[in-house]
Ligand binder design. Structure first.
Ligand code: 9WO
Length: 245
């Protein structure tokens, strides 16, 4: 007998929602109109919308920023429009009221690392709200009391959270069931086995004095699988020795 307990995962038939909160919604206008992500949107696996943070202001000038307490250069995103945005998009006014299947993400250099495994976890959600910071930062009460996940895509400073939101949305949407063909499991396993991808070659077998290694051409699938693995280990040693430890 089926219970009525609702797990924290999406109904596989319902589209995931991705709501992006930004002061530059136009930045995303064409970003999802290409390739796998476009097909996933067209197939209604996901509905992605970019929202203007200024639409959640109530003053005449739609002000979203203010000067930092304690002084210093630049401006900080005010908490009120961000709390209003998340409330209208999720129904929650605080982190602890965010429903189990929803995640409220702040893209920030102070976040935890975005990895393939975090992408897989977030791909289970029914709704993601991606908050993009700007100026010198975001009022810390947003990170403390509103967001469920503060995420960094890498150790560098951007001019805003928007490029990071694109990266996170892309990595998640391609994992949604039906977004890829049958290559899905292979292309995610190449990271989950802890190695970089193996090199790929195509025709011509000789180009400008550069030959494709013979083992790649001989059609022996077992031997090719062996050399692909060897090449992946070699490349990982050279470029990402940290992954082998
Ligand atoms: C600016 C700055 C200047 C000197 C020293 C440290 C500093 N940190 C920042 C900063 O964090 N600026 C942020 C720019 C303000 C909010 C949005 N910005 C942002 C998000 N930059 N980089 C990200 C980001 C997000 C996710 N993963 C990596 C970077």
């Amino acid at each position: 007998m089926a219970t009525k307990i609702q797990s924290a995962v999406r109904n596989p038939k319902a589209a995931m929602r991705i709501d992006i909160v930004t002061i530059f919604p136009d930045y995303f206008r064409e970003a999802f109109d290409y390739g796998i992500i476009r097909r996933a949107c067209a197939a209604a696996l996901v509905k992605i919308q970019a929202h203007d943070l200024r639409s959640w202001t109530s003053d005449k000038h739609h002000i979203v920023d203010d000067r930092p307490f304690g002084g210093g250069d630049g401006m900080v995103l005010k908490p009120e429009p961000l709390f209003a945005a998340v409330e209208s998009l999720t129904g929650a006014r605080r982190r602890e009221d965010v429903a189990a299947g929803k995640r409220v993400v702040l893209l920030s250099p102070q976040g935890k690392s975005f990895t393939q495994s975090l992408a897989s976890e977030l791909a289970q959600a029914e709704q993601l709200v991606l908050i993009c910071g700007r100026y010198e930062g975001v009022d810390e009460r947003v990170a403390e009391a509103l967001v469920t996940d503060e995420i960094s895509i890498g150790d560098y400073v951007l001019s805003g959270g928007e490029p990071a939101a694109l990266v996170v949305a892309d990595a998640i949407v391609r994992l949604l069931p039906g977004a890829l063909g049958n290559e899905t499991s292979a292309s995610t396993e190449s990271f989950s086995d802890g190695l970089l991808d193996y090199p790929h070659y195509t025709r011509p077998s000789e180009f400008a004095d550069m030959r494709v290694p013979n083992v790649w051409l001989n059609g022996d699938h077992a031997e090719i699988a062996h050399w692909r693995h060897e090449a992946a280990v070699k490349k990982t040693k050279r470029n990402r020795p940290d992954l082998l430890k």
